[in-house]
Design a protein around this ligand. Structure first.
Ligand code: 13P
Length: 256
């Protein structure tokens, strides 16, 4: 982390877990253990049907609610899809885009790019995910792959909007596996992401962008990961489903 230049962000990604009633219970518990002092930015990205319950529960707090996806189009005949302006109207601040689980369902870098542009136009903070597979890591093409994902995902994002974007580095082999990247491995890639941003947008912007790590991050390994200079927070799956564990990660970020 480097608090001098950029925000620390701890974001939860609930994926396809919890009902609206369970959301209400989680939020009640989370609020009851929230510390009073200054906090890093905290986001909870929840299933679409849970957004109203989450927004209602967190209205008076500094926790931002987010979605896990949005459609790139403004409106129209896209059965089952959700537009960015609907998320804004429902009270969302963030949206996760390009998660590897969605890329596995066929989402391309071009799709992710179109969604990032739409999210920004509507005032949402996109959390754009990138990451390599184990095979790609073993082939030694991690940096090349992620550079491509960043360049294509951010194509056409203007300088005045790029500061709003949060990038999440999530090695696919570390997601939900308990196999966390070592702090050195995670730092190496996050640093290279910052270098790509520097080349695209210059040093000042690269220094200001928050880059998160995700992949089996938990209350135990969070300290070491967050101690790395280019890791500005976490995108947390499994451990964000438990209010106590998620709070422990938030606390780890606040102590760094
Ligand atoms: P886990 O924390 O469960 O490994 O999930 C990470 C993730 O995919 C967050 O988006």
């Amino acid at each position: 982390m480097n608090r001098k230049y950029r925000k620390t962000v701890i974001a939860g990604n609930w994926k396809m877990n919890k009902t609206p009633s369970e959301t209400k219970e989680f939020m009640t518990e989370f609020k009851s253990i929230m510390p009073k002092g200054r906090w890093c930015d905290v986001a909870l990205c929840v299933p679409a049907v849970c957004i109203p319950a989450a927004v209602r529960a967190m209205r008076e707090t500094r926790i931002g609610i987010g979605a896990e996806n949005c459609n790139a189009n403004a409106s129209g005949a896209y059965t089952g899809e959700i537009a960015a302006n609907m998320l804004v109207d429902a009270g969302c601040k963030y949206v996760i885009l390009g998660h590897s689980e969605r890329r596995a369902m066929g989402e391309t870098n071009e799709d992710v790019n179109a969604k990032v542009l739409t999210a920004l136009e509507n005032g949402l903070v996109p959390i754009m995910c990138v990451g390599e597979s184990l095979e790609q890591r073993e082939q030694g093409i991690t940096e090349e792959w992620i550079t491509m994902q960043i360049k294509l995902g951010l194509a056409g994002v203007p300088e005045d909007k790029i500061r709003k974007v949060i990038i999440a580095y999530e090695p696919i082999w570390a997601i939900g596996t308990g196999l966390t990247a070592t702090p050195d491995q995670a730092e190496e890639v996050c640093e290279s992401i910052r270098t790509v941003i520097r080349k695209l947008y210059g040093a000042k912007i690269a220094r200001a962008i928050s880059i998160l790590y995700g992949g089996s991050m938990n209350e135990k390994n969070a300290y070491d990961l967050l101690a790395q200079p280019d890791i500005d927070g976490g995108l947390i799956g499994g451990a964000s489903l438990d209010a106590g564990k998620f709070m422990d990660i938030v606390n780890a970020a606040n102590q760094g």
